[in-house]
Design a protein around this ligand. Structure first.
Ligand code: PEP
Ligand code: MG
Length: 578
């Protein structure tokens, strides 16, 4: 038995049999083509490319109705790569002038281009290199005449199948929908594959490097999507332990499902709202299934990432409207783009990349970026207001620090509504506007934001990063990233009180909201609205149903009086225990 460690995408535990998918770009034949045979060889190349074009068009047509909308766009990107002169023309040239066979010429060109993508520091540009190799894989298979081996759907009741691969094209991943889970060598948390995996809600681990080479077809495997571990050929004792854990997980899930329709309230009858965080509109379904009161955070920047162009107003409107319609009357909080820092944008018209700054987390990120690009911001604001014609929408502005950012945003919102009314000759819907409190400066002046806006939402992920000076993406300092540092707790509590005083709703939408260790603490601070990944929602609900809000308020206020991290930790432990 051995274990491989990667990045966990979530989804729990699965014990099953490995299905190792063919790795890409292997055994490329290399031989010389005689001068008179070269036109025929070019014809063979063209036919293979046509086959792949047709294959992609068929895949696009057959996409299931519930496929994430990204899948359609990805297939288009793949089809466009087949028209890229740096790929196809250079390959033709190598056949014509150097007499390389089509596979050899094509593979060399792909390797050359892929190596260029590899050089990019920007993770999103590197990711585009993967798109290229996925398309190349299809062309090479078409040239060799071999069919693609797509994962088979497991029959219900079978041992779960865990798909292991170097990489899986997002379109092929849709075939994994009924699979027990998957483990991939490539990808990070923000890769296309990871984004789709999350929306499919199966255990998944990415970034296993060369792990797929070490697993054999039909090996027993344990995949822990939460811990990011793949155990291969485990002993019977380990298998039994994980089968037990998997069963307990399924049992817990079943028990939790009974809570879906139970109103969320503490034992002393304080009502609590539980909302869901989503990155793609398709995830709204999962939010509904978990009984969410609405979407508390729609991270719209994911729609802008990993592409060369910018989504236009209509495309954005369709995505926002899809989420609003899926939520059937429950509110959807749409956050304007939070581009920059660990979420860079590509294909910017000005060639400007905010993430390329020396210190991108402190640079032109989120609302700073939107205000610097008013045309783009207005486009997004119009799309959000158009979506509001389908149901209740709330607009959320990320990373506020200054009062003038609120004023400028409100002015642009008024301008976007005005543009819409001129266009449609009727009044644009009015949408509540809230602000994210994610920076200590904003938390310390939260009253000013609460008075100017309709609601506040605390982004603890960034608030912790900026308060403790810990880069949230840097493994070297990850152990110092402490959500329960007294400074963080004071800022969160202070923000909740400022909103209470202003009579405005306040929510927490960072990871802290879905952390069971923080539930009692936040209720004790007076928080009445949480927003988290839908998978955490029912567990948090179960904890809330056991809380006594009045008792917690008194206990938490004593705990917040201390500035000593050790005492605060001890107090938190007691709070969680009884
Ligand atoms: C946060 O910072 O807590 C937050 C919710 O925003 P994001 O994680 O998208 O930066
Ligand atoms: Mg944030």
């Amino acid at each position: 038995m051995f274990s491989l460690h990667g990045t966990g995408i979530g989804g729990g535990i699965v014990v099953g049999r490995a299905v190792v998918l063919e790795s890409r770009l292997i055994d490329v034949p290399r031989y010389r083509i005689a001068l008179e045979q070269r036109p025929a060889e070019l014809g063979r190349l063209d036919r293979a490319i046509d086959v792949v074009r047709l294959e992609l068009a068929n895949l696009a047509e057959q996409l299931p109705a519930d496929a994430p909308p990204e899948a359609q766009a990805l297939l288009q990107i793949h089809a466009m790569m087949l028209d890229d002169p740096s790929l196809v023309e250079q390959t033709r040239l190598a056949v014509e002038s150097h007499g390389q066979n089509a596979e050899w010429a094509f593979f060399s060109q792909v390797e050359h281009l892929a190596a260029q993508f590899e050089q990019f520091e920007d993770a999103y540009l590197r990711e585009r290199g993967r798109d290229l190799t996925q398309v190349a894989d299809r062309v090479l298979k078409a040239l060799s005449g071999s069919g693609r081996r797509l994962p088979e759907r497991p029959k219900p009741g079978d041992v779960p199948l865990v798909f292991i691969a170097h990489d899986v094209a997002p379109a092929d991943m849709l075939h994994l929908k009924q699979a027990g889970g998957f483990a991939l060598d490539l990808g990070g948390t923000a890769s296309h594959t990871a984004i789709l995996a999350r929306s499919m809600n199966v255990p998944a681990v990415v970034g296993l490097n060369t792990g797929s080479l070490l697993v054999r077809d039909d090996d027993w495997v344990v995949l822990d999507g939460d811990a990011g571990v793949l155990m291969v050929a485990p002993d019977e004792i380990v298998l039994e332990e994980y089968r037990h854990r998997m069963l307990m997980g399924l049992l817990e899930r079943k028990q939790l499902e009974r809570l879906v329709h139970v109103p969320t309230a503490t034992v002393d009858r304080v009502a609590i709202e539980l909302h869901a965080n989503i990155e793609l509109p398709a995830e709204a379904e999962q939010a509904m299934e978990s009984g969410a009161d609405g979407i508390g955070l729609f991270r719209t920047e994911f729609m802008f990432m990993n592409r060369d162009d910018r989504p236009g107003e209509d495309e954005q409107y369709e995505a926002y409207a899809a989420a609003v319609i899926a939520m059937r009357g429950r509110p959807v909080t749409i956050r304007t783009i939070d581009i920059g820092a660990d979420k860079p944008l590509r294909g910017d018209d000005e060639g400007h990349d905010p993430a390329a700054a020396a210190n991108p987390a402190l640079g032109q990120r989120a609302i700073r970026y939107s205000l610097a690009e008013p045309d783009m911001f207005l486009e997004q604001l119009r799309a959000i207001h158009r979506a509001a014609e389908h149901g209740p929408v709330r607009l959320l502005i990320p990373m506020l620090v200054h009062g003038h950012e609120v004023e400028q945003s409100l002015r642009l919102i008024a301008q976007a509504r005005e543009q819409m009314s001129v266009r449609t000759r009727r009044a644009a819907p009015e949408v509540p506007v809230g602000g994210m409190i994610e920076v200590p400066a904003a938390a310390l002046t939260a009253g000013m934001f609460a008075r100017r806006l309709d609601f506040l939402s605390i982004g603890t992920n960034d608030l912790i990063q900026y308060t403790l000076a810990i880069d949230r993406t840097d493994h070297a300092v990850a152990s110092l990233y402490d959500p329960f540092h007294p400074a963080v707790l004071q800022l969160v509590s202070q923000t909740i009180r400022a909103a209470e005083r202003a009579g405005k709703p306040v929510s927490v939408c960072g990871e802290m909201a879905g952390d069971l260790e923080a539930t009692r603490l936040l209720i004790g601070m007076g928080l009445r609205s949480f927003s988290m990944h839908p998978a955490s929602l029912l567990r948090v609900k179960r904890e809330i149903l056991r809380c006594d809000a009045a008792r917690l308020r008194a206990r938490v206020s004593r705990l917040l009086g201390s500035d000593d991290p050790v005492k605060v930790q001890a107090g938190l432990k007691r709070l969680r225990e009884n």
